[in-house]
Design a protein around this ligand. Structure first.
Ligand code: AMP
Length: 408
């Protein structure tokens, strides 16, 4: 009997999932993906097949008690999976877990003790970690004993040299784990695995990947390993994001609290939820909406967004000693020709020469958008964090240690 794997990426009000056929002889094939949205309000289950055709789109009933909301939502998802199993048994669930701290440098099968350790890291990723973990807890209630594997966004960056990870803080603070961890590791790991067939020898050279989604960061790769990244101790650092501020003079935080009398909770909300594109544009945290707006604030928000990417690109190129390739990925990186064009224009000094037609052409899949003579090859590549989680989950189940998985 064939086995399937369920991949879960659980957020504050929605759970995204993907289902893979994990046939031993045929690798991993995605058979469906979907989401439960509106958890805590009016939840909906939506599922699509591998060709994008809608398989399900319906309201699901959960009780008003928010404590049981996630469990009831998962119950309905498992019911749906059971009805569409086609003879497959569900072998495991793989989860995206944002923060693995210092202790977790490999994907792990979750036990109650591990779950407790991961809960201790929630303060470091307050927007994500609690939701990641509540999904694990809820599934353990619904299907006790089903193997669950945690895959960490921090793991891919453990190859960085110490200078890329350290803050210039007293040693005892660093020793207490206050250092740069980096995030979006599952996305970078997937892109690293997908580089060789497209970039050839340059795949192992000096590559910067720009993961520009709602959350955004960039990563410098050498030999397809992370050597530096823009996010740090938390997922707040680095680039300007949808609603997160990115890099900030730490003196600003001191001023907000002691000068303006803001509480820790108010500062957290300001920096995570009210800043970035949303705060600067005063229109939206969604790039499509900001791009479409002609208010001066929205235009400045785009200008600042691009400026910050260009600055960080220079910094990452410095840590690599040059640049051979630049890869755009995630919602904005894959879809906004305008942002790519403006970033590439600012990166002209590094030897980037964009092919404007290739950049504008409506296309999907991995594609080169630089001119043949460009010193730096520029690519657009769709990311696939779900597949990366499925690969890790399968490897953990099979007892293999899979660190920084690579293809080719
Ligand atoms: P992600 O978190 O990877 O799903 O990316 C979400 C971001 O991608 C949002 O800011 C969207 O507005 C943005 N996005 C998606 N499609 C487009 C597009 N065609 N043009 C500009 N931004 C887009």
């Amino acid at each position: 009997m064939n086995t399937s794997l369920l991949v879960i990426n659980s957020g504050s009000s929605s759970v995204k999932f993907a289902v893979y056929d994990a046939a031993l002889d045929a690798g991993l094939t995605r058979i469906a993906n979907g989401m439960i949205e509106g958890i805590g309000a009016q939840p909906r289950l939506r599922v699509w097949g591998p060709d994008g055709a809608a398989l399900e789109d319906r309201r699901i009933r959960v009780s008003a008690n928010p404590v049981h909301g996630p469990e009831e939502a998962f119950e309905q998802l498992f019911d749906w999976l059971g009805q569409h199993a086609n003879g497959r048994t569900l072998g495991a669930v793989g989860h995206r877990v944002v923060h693995g701290g210092e202790a977790f440098t490999r994907p792990v099968r979750v036990t109650p003790a591990i779950l407790a350790q991961l809960e201790g890291l929630s303060a470091l990723a307050p927007l994500h970690q609690p939701h990641n973990l509540s999904a694990i807890r809820a599934i353990d209630v619904v299907l006790p004993g089903l193997p669950q594997v945690a895959c960490f966004d921090t793991e891919f960056h453990t190859t960085q040299p110490w200078v890329a990870q350290a803050f210039a803080l007293p040693r005892h603070i660093t020793q207490a784990g206050v250092k740069r961890y980096g995030f979006h590791g599952l996305s970078y790991e997937y892109i690293a695995s997908a580089l060789p067939p497209h970039l050839g020898a340059a795949a192992n050279g000096r590559v910067v990947v720009a993961h520009l989604g709602n959350g955004a960061s960039m990563c410098a790769l050498r030999e397809r390993k992370s050597v530096a990244t823009t996010m740090g101790f938390t997922a707040l650092d680095g680039l300007m994001m949808g609603s997160r501020c990115g890099s900030l003079d730490p003196g600003v935080v001191l001023h907000l609290m002691s000068g303006l009398g803001m509480t820790v909770q108010a500062v957290e909300k300001l920096l995570y939820e009210q800043s970035g594109l949303l705060g600067v544009s005063r229109v939206s945290g969604d790039m499509r909406t900001v791009q479409a707006s002609d208010t001066p604030d929205a235009q400045q928000a785009v200008e600042l967004y691009v400026y910050r990417i260009a600055q960080e690109l220079g910094s990452l190129a410095a840590s690599l000693g040059g640049l051979d390739a630049l890869v755009f990925t995630a919602g904005i990186g894959e879809n906004s020709a305008m942002i790519r064009q403006r970033v590439c224009q600012d990166a002209g000094w590094l030897g980037v020469v964009l092919d404007e037609d290739a950049n504008e052409a409506p296309a999907s899949g991995a594609r080169c958008i630089s001119q043949p003579g460009s010193r730096v090859a520029v690519w657009v590549m769709p990311t696939n964090e779900e597949l990366m989680i499925a690969r890790h989950t399968q490897a953990v189940l099979q007892g293999q240690v899979m660190h920084n998985w690579r293809e080719g």
